[in-house]
Design a protein around this ligand. Structure first.
Ligand code: AMP
Length: 398
């Protein structure tokens, strides 16, 4: 990436303000449902500690309107203490003299966690007062919150406008892999798209299509494409106002010599309910009462052939209603193809990651993107303020 990595910075005795994304799902009793976002920051915390830096962690949690204990980062502090087997200093009030004093006396390896930065309205307004208050606590800034980098808030944009800002280890990986997919994929490049809606995928298709050799479409979104081609899709999910766009994408892909694959068989059911059972039928034999809820086995075979020829694969969106076992086989089958493939394999998207978890398939991939909206924006070629504000590498010859 263009930004300077923390690997290139002298860290000894530095107080490092690290923006992390500890926006974790909490239960009603304040227990952490899924700690993967916390665990993901541990390598960078350890990296800083090993180099004798102290760490000041800054995060948001949810969307509180002012101070609200339901959104406190205290449970995260306790959890992180267990994971790191170390006591963590918790700073309730960013603006107190006490907090500033503690920050000045941090010793190498010490960790301080600030209370939810969204308790302050200035966070989302990118207020200079808040940015300065945070900046006073440290010497340098590290962004390890890729998923919050599409927002120009005080803690993602204001602080690195004041202090020298660097890229954290996992942020660097996320940017590098997604940029590779977007700008420079090894060919053949196969783009596998599924999930509920065409609308969410339009930006990706538009930006990635030039570098794509094969576009594979499954999930609910395939029915809008099938409809555009004149297929009877029965009661399947349809975005009426996207039929024309789907037709344009199909025609553009064909004109540019891309292969575009749609299901040849589907799993249908008269309705979608937890106890629904599926029937496999040829896609051209769908009846008015049919709802297409998964791709069929012949389609899995067809998609597998292309996946196995790929040098780069990007996958976003399950092939069917994978949450129900009756409509999980299509996604499971495609996961099997990913397992076999020797390509650089990158997947992203909340539901895609859930499907990978259901299939216990994390190791099938080269990289799993967890950036959500920020990943989409990067793939669509948009500028991410939290990244473009970081120190840039000096380019030789300029
Ligand atoms: P997305 O968030 O766009 O990746 O969409 C994921 C959701 O799409 C999952 O909850 C799936 O259950 C749903 N989905 C996948 N295939 C279909 C389908 N054929 N009909 C309706 N919903 C689907």
């Amino acid at each position: 990436m263009d930004s300077v990595s923390i690997k290139e910075v002298e860290l000894t005795r530095k107080r490092v303000i690290m923006r992390v994304d500890y926006n974790v799902p909490l239960t009603q009793d304040g227990l952490i449902n899924d700690d993967s976002r916390i665990k993901a920051t541990i390598p960078t915390i350890r990296y800083l500690q090993d180099r004798k830096a102290s760490v000041i962690l800054v995060s948001h949690l949810g969307r509180p309107k002012g101070r609200d204990s339901r959104f406190s980062l205290k449970p995260v502090k306790e959890h992180l203490e267990k994971l790191l087997e170390q006591e963590i200093i918790f700073a309730e009030d960013l603006f107190s003299e006490e907090t500033e004093k503690i920050s000045q006396n941090l010793k190498p390896g010490d960790i301080m966690l600030l209370e939810n930065i969204r308790y302050y309205p200035g966070e989302e307004e990118n207020s200079p007062i808040l940015s300065e208050a945070i900046s006073r606590l440290g010497d340098i800034y590290v962004n390890e919150a890729f998923s919050a980098s599409h927002r120009a808030h005080a803690s993602t944009y204001g602080v690195p406008s004041i202090l020298p800002g660097y890229a954290g280890l996992s942020l660097e990986q996320e940017v590098d892999y997604l940029t590779l997919v977007r700008d420079n994929p090894n060919r053949p490049m196969v783009l596998v798209l599924g999930g509920a809606k065409v609308l969410d995928k339009l930006g990706i298709i538009d930006k990635l299509l030039p570098g794509v050799d094969v576009l594979i479409i499954g999930g609910g979104m395939c029915f809008t494409f099938l409809k555009a081609l004149g297929v009877n899709i029965g009661k399947s999910i349809l975005e009426e106002d996207k039929i024309e766009v789907a037709r344009e994408i199909y025609n553009r892909a064909q004109k540019e010599g891309k292969k575009i694959l749609l299901p040849i068989d589907v799993v249908v059911s008269p309705s979608l309910a937890p106890d629904s059972t599926g029937e496999i039928i040829d896609v051209r034999k769908m009846r008015n009462g049919d709802m297409g809820l998964d791709i069929g086995p012949q389609t899995v075979k067809l998609y597998t052939e292309e996946i196995l020829k790929a040098a780069t694969i990007f996958w976003n969106g399950p092939m069917g209603v994978f949450e129900l076992d009756a409509f999980w086989e299509g996604t499971r089958g495609v996961l099997e193809a990913f397992k076999e493939s020797r390509a650089v394999k990158i997947a992203g998207g909340g539901d895609t990651l859930s499907a990978i978890t259901k299939g216990n398939a994390h190791t099938y991939f080269t990289f799993l993107s967890t950036g959500g909206g920020a990943s989409l924006e990067l793939l669509e070629g948009k500028d991410l303020p939290g990244i473009s504000v970081l120190r840039k590498k000096e380019k030789s010859g300029e």
